[in-house]
Design a protein around this ligand. Structure first.
Ligand SMILES: *[C@@H]1O[C@H](CO)[C@@H](O)[C@H](O)[C@H]1NC(C)=O
Ligand SMILES: *[C@@H]1O[C@H](CO)[C@@H](O)[C@H](O)[C@H]1NC(C)=O
Length: 257
């Protein structure tokens, strides 16, 4: 039986703990001088791929990490390598702010074909724009089966893959054959922290750079952003002493009863 080569997507995003600010011209959020890290759902993707390798040994031939964006993405890729990915590919995109999911999906498709990838694992969405599109678009472009919002993955002896998906009503279990695209949900695993020795080792792992042109992908934006605004401020809450007081407030102050 043939071994599986796994690709993981690693987007560099504003760190989840940063309080996001819209810039003064309302065209984008402030990114200058702001802490960035790997998209948390992509960390889960890397963790899952590395666990597959640890569990299945030679049946996983390689874990390849990919990131599209400015040269800063190489830091994100080094994190993936320190977590256990074998090698990394950086797609150098200067105008990162206007990089759309469709363009990323097309570049990933080109890499999947060039590198003979069997399983792609990506985060279900990136926490910056919350698009929830790249994995689905990639599966569509490749005409591969896809399993989105996955909270459990099992690779069977015959390379059939069985997953649990998080859906509105609970969990759905589906099976399919590689090649396939999987997108991760929060409960799939808890990503490890890279240890210092592994961070040192990661510096020696191969990281190559390519470009959208080399991949023959046109990344011209298809969307036009009209305005970016802050969400409306929440008005302060109140703590009530009793059910009666709550009912009174709902009736007389909020007017919802
Ligand atoms: C995605 O979010 C970043 C901020 O983190 C922003 O600069 C960029 O314009 C957004 N991209 C799209 C295509 O919406
Ligand atoms: C994500 O996209 C799928 C379609 O591919 C949609 O069914 C689902 O509701 C979306 N989920 C979120 C959280 O936006």
């Amino acid at each position: 039986m043939s071994s599986l080569r796994v690709l993981v997507g690693c987007k560099r995003v504003i760190d989840y703990a940063v309080k996001i600010r819209v810039n003064s011209s309302k065209t984008a959020v402030e990114t200058a001088g702001v802490k960035h890290s790997m998209n948390p759902f992509d960390e889960i993707a890397v963790e899952e791929a590395v666990r597959m390798k640890e569990k299945l040994g030679k049946r996983i031939s390689e874990v390849v990490a990919v990131s599209c964006g400015t040269s800063k993405c190489q830091e994100t890729l080094r994190t993936a390598l320190a977590m256990g990915a074998d090698r990394a590919i950086h797609v150098d995109v200067k105008d990162e702010a206007n990089l759309e999911p469709l363009a990323v999906a097309k570049m990933l498709k080109a890499i999947v074909e060039k590198e003979k990838i069997d399983v792609v694992i990506v985060g279900k969405q990136a926490i910056d724009n919350d698009s929830n599109q790249t994995g689905q678009m990639l599966a569509g472009l490749l005409d591969w089966p896809q399993a989105t919002f996955v909270s459990k993955v099992e690779i069977k002896d015959d390379n059939n893959i069985v997953v649990d998906r998080e859906i509105d009503g609970g969990l759905e279990t589906i099976g399919f054959k590689a090649p396939a695209v999987i997108s991760t949900d929060l409960r799939l695993n808890e990503p490890r922290y890279a240890s210092l020795p592994n961070i040192m080792k990661a510096k020696k792992k191969p990281l190559v750079k390519t470009t959208p042109e080399e991949l023959s992908v046109d990344i011209k934006p298809r969307l036009q952003i009209l305005e970016i605004t802050e969400p409306a401020k929440r008005s302060g809450g109140k703590i009530v002493e009793s059910v009666d007081e709550l009912l009174n407030k709902l009736k007389n102050d909020a007017g919802v009863l």
